[in-house]
Design a protein around this ligand. Structure first.
Ligand SMILES: NC(=O)c1ccc[n+]([C@@H]2O[C@H](COP(=O)([O-])OP(=O)(O)OC[C@H]3O[C@@H](n4cnc5c(N)ncnc54)[C@H](O)[C@@H]3O)[C@@H](O)[C@H]2O)c1
Length: 315
């Protein structure tokens, strides 16, 4: 039996990860977040508790009291919110992460997952096929905290032998839970608006290409990496993963195949500046080589699946 703790479990990733963890592990899943009374579905193996990762003692207590074996540390402030409140992003993303890492060392946690992001790249990044190791310094608070988190993950592995693993997620596309305040959220919103027959106002310029991945592929990649033998995980900062790269205009064209009347108005806001610092695509060859990363959905299949599900939701 493996007891798992998920921090920040009510977000876009956590809400979907729960099902994959239930299917892959036998123990209890302690889902935590900063909502006092969230709606959590009934399941004898799911246990919700309030946990603010900035509270060092609370993090340590839950890991000790619940005999946690593995931690999926998802609590984070994302790019757009991070630029509105950099101090909050600093505290949640860095203080929170160090609290989790320290408690994991003290309480002998076996494995830790901490996702990273394409936000770790900075403006002078190699735009196409950006390598894992790079010297483009991030300029957003989100990027700075996540870049530092990658360094901390490697540090805790080297110094304490803590088995920390990470994927550098690109923009994640999903229809189940709305993304909160990232810079790639437009893609989900555009498909949703098309499925519901509404005009969409896009906050990025039409030519802004970014790397993306459909949520089922992101979850399968996460589980595949987390269940791989320790010796196959050569990279302790973060593995790049992505399936395809597209611009808002290219997505608009794909979506219009399913709704020929769909229209988009482009009205870039502050998020354009964030997106301009990120690569168009990232090099995933280490993930392929080390633990056989293999996304199944191409852009067409992703859009078709999301469009169908958004349409069903609106009926
Ligand atoms: N969604 C994406 O496209 C994407 C892309 C790249 C990386 N990631 C990474 O994946 C992870 C999860 O992202 P997500 O999309 O689910 O984000 P999200 O914003 O949807 O969810 C984050 C959760 O953290 C919680 N949280 C905020 N402050 C907290 C605190 N002090 N203590 C505990 N919980 C707190 C929020 O309530 C929220 O439920 C993050 O590390 C993020 O950087 C996500």
């Amino acid at each position: 039996m493996t007891n798992i703790l998920i921090t920040g479990s009510l977000g876009q990733v956590g809400s979907e990860l729960i099902d994959y963890l239930l299917a892959s592990y036998g123990g209890t899943i302690y889902v935590t977040d900063v909502q006092k009374e969230p709606k959590i579905r009934e399941n004898s193996r799911i246990n919700y508790e309030f946990l603010d990762v900035r509270d060092r003692e609370a993090v340590d207590n839950i890991i000790r009291n619940r005999n946690i074996d593995e931690v999926y540390h998802l609590a984070s402030i994302l790019s757009a919110t991070g630029e509105k409140d950099p101090y909050l992003a600093y505290n949640v993303n860095l203080t929170g992460t160090v609290n989790v890492l320290n408690a994991c060392v003290t309480r002998d946690v076996k494995k830790v997952f901490i996702p990273s992001t394409i936000g770790v790249y900075g403006p002078e990044v190699q735009k196409e096929n950006a390598p894992i190791r790079h010297n483009s310094i991030p300029t957003t608070m989100y990027g700075i905290t996540k870049f530092t988190t990658e360094m901390l993950s490697q540090y805790y592995f080297n110094k304490y032998n803590l088995d920390v693993r990470s994927l550098r997620y690109p923009g994640l596309l999903s229809y189940k839970v709305a993304p909160t305040a990232g810079t790639t959220d437009y893609a989900v919103d555009m498909i949703k608006h098309a499925a519901q027959g509404n005009l969409y106002e896009c906050y990025l310029k039409e030519e802004t290409k970014l790397p993306m991945l459909y949520m089922p592929d992101a979850m399968k990649a996460t589980l595949r990496m987390m269940t791989s033998p320790q010796e196959s995980i050569r990279i302790r900062t973060s593995y790049n993963v992505m399936a395809y790269s597209f611009s808002p205009k290219e997505l608009e064209e794909e979506v219009r195949k399913l709704n020929p009347d769909f229209n988009v108005k482009y009205n870039p806001d502050f998020r354009q500046k964030i997106a301009d610092t990120w690569p168009y695509s990232i090099n995933t060859e280490d993930a392929v080589k080390d633990w056989n990363f293999k996304p199944e959905y191409d852009l067409k299949a992703t859009v078709a699946d999301m469009f169908k599900n958004f349409k069903n939701q609106s009926i």
